[in-house]
Design a protein around this ligand. Structure first.
Ligand SMILES: NC(=O)c1ccc[n+]([C@@H]2O[C@H](COP(=O)([O-])OP(=O)(O)OC[C@H]3O[C@@H](n4cnc5c(N)ncnc54)[C@H](O)[C@@H]3O)[C@@H](O)[C@H]2O)c1
Length: 337
């Protein structure tokens, strides 16, 4: 297969990680697009390539481009992914696939209709720790998923735009969607019903949308399994890490910590996998953008499926929307199917 040609849309921190991963896998990243011209130009200077532009339509019309990396703010995921599918481009879609379920469904339909390959960048799925849990605990009964990050109010971490109604969509769908997706993957199921409470402890610096900075919820899975979830920016603790998950099946259990790089098993033949023992170079091959890109390229090459396809993208957004609605109304919500 000749080298694929890609365009990056959204030339910020994550977009540049995708350009890096693509190049490391032999993709030619030929075009760079951002609403901020200087950001697109900076990325083109950093990675080489033919042109920088603020016009996403130019990318869509460019028949030499096979592949898009969409790493913009969240409001643009929906229109860009639909335009990309209609233009016949394969796509690496940043999370959340969309802010709202109905948008995600439209993206899934457009991708199916166009017959292009797409992967949603829920890379926690692909790493060896997660894969080992799937192997040893294929049918969990219970799980817990947690996003617990440093307080955005400090201004030291995170992006303010996440709290914006249009750009971001709030902490749950912006960031804890990773946890929801990982629970979908580990429970090997889709959401059936959810319960939730939420709270906005610190409205300062969190925009005017009123999104909660804490949500505590329960997910009932179609498989009959149960999960609890916490999404909060009320403080990081290295003992549990920003991302923390637990899984039980009645005989075996797993605890996923250290930003999902370490898993400790109970009742299984092995005790621990700790990816922190790998060299930085080895680690980069099994976590983050690189393995997700490799998975997408393999799907394109073999006409196979990706590890997190557009239907998976719909599932996690559907659960996030239902949790938000359950917290807003104080009533359990069925997860739309
Ligand atoms: N998968 C992960 O682990 C992970 C980690 C961090 C961020 N992300 C995701 O990556 C995406 C980008 O996040 P980031 O941290 O790089 O943000 P960022 O603010 O650093 O970069 C986003 C860039 O997109 C540009 N942009 C916004 N709207 C655009 C549009 N309509 N067209 C073209 N460019 C546009 C902005 O100007 C900015 O340069 C988000 O979806 C975020 O949730 C994923």
């Amino acid at each position: 297969m000749a080298n694929l040609k890609a365009a990056l849309i959204g030339c910020g921190g994550m977009g540049r990680a995708h350009a890096n991963a693509g190049q490391a896998l032999g993709v030619e990243v030929v075009a760079f697009c951002d609403v901020i011209e200087a950001a697109a130009e900076r990325a083109r200077e950093e990675f080489g390539g033919r042109y920088a532009t603020t016009d996403a339509d130019r990318i869509m019309r460019d028949d030499s481009i096979d592949l898009l990396y969409i790493a913009t703010h969240h409001d643009a995921h929906h229109p860009l992914a639909i335009a990309g599918a209609q233009a016949g481009k394969h796509m690496m879609l940043e999370k959340p696939m969309c802010i709202m379920r109905h948008q995600a469904v439209e993206v899934a339909e457009a991708v199916e209709k166009a017959g292009v390959k797409a992967v949603v960048d829920h890379w926690f799925r692909i790493q060896p720790t997660t894969q080992k849990i799937r192997e040893l605990i294929p049918h969990p009964r219970l799980s817990h998923g947690q996003l617990a990050m440093e307080n955005y109010n400090t201004g030291r971490v995170g992006a303010k735009w996440l709290w914006d109604k249009d750009d971001g969509g709030g902490l749950l769908v912006s960031t804890a969607v990773h946890t929801v997706d990982l629970l979908c993957y580990l429970m090997d199921s889709a959401g059936d019903r959810v319960y939730a409470e939420s709270h906005l402890f610190e409205p300062e610096h969190k925009g005017t949308s009123g999104y909660p900075d804490v949500l505590v919820g329960t997910i009932v899975w179609q498989s009959g399994g149960l999960s609890t979830i916490i999404s909060t920016d009320q403080g990081f603790n290295p003992a549990v890490s920003k991302w923390f998950h637990e899984v039980w099946d009645g005989e075996r259990s797993a605890v996923l910590s250290s930003h999902t790089a370490r898993v400790d098993f109970g009742g299984a033949d092995i005790d621990t996998i700790d990816l922190n023992e790998l060299s930085a170079e080895e680690m980069a091959k099994v976590r983050g953008a690189y393995p997700i890109h490799a998975n997408l390229l393999e799907a394109i090459r073999t006409d196979g499926d990706t590890i997190c396809n557009v239907h998976d993208g719909v599932k996690s957004v559907s659960i996030c929307n239902a949790l938000d609605e359950a917290a807003r109304t104080g009533k359990p919500q069925d997860v739309a199917r």
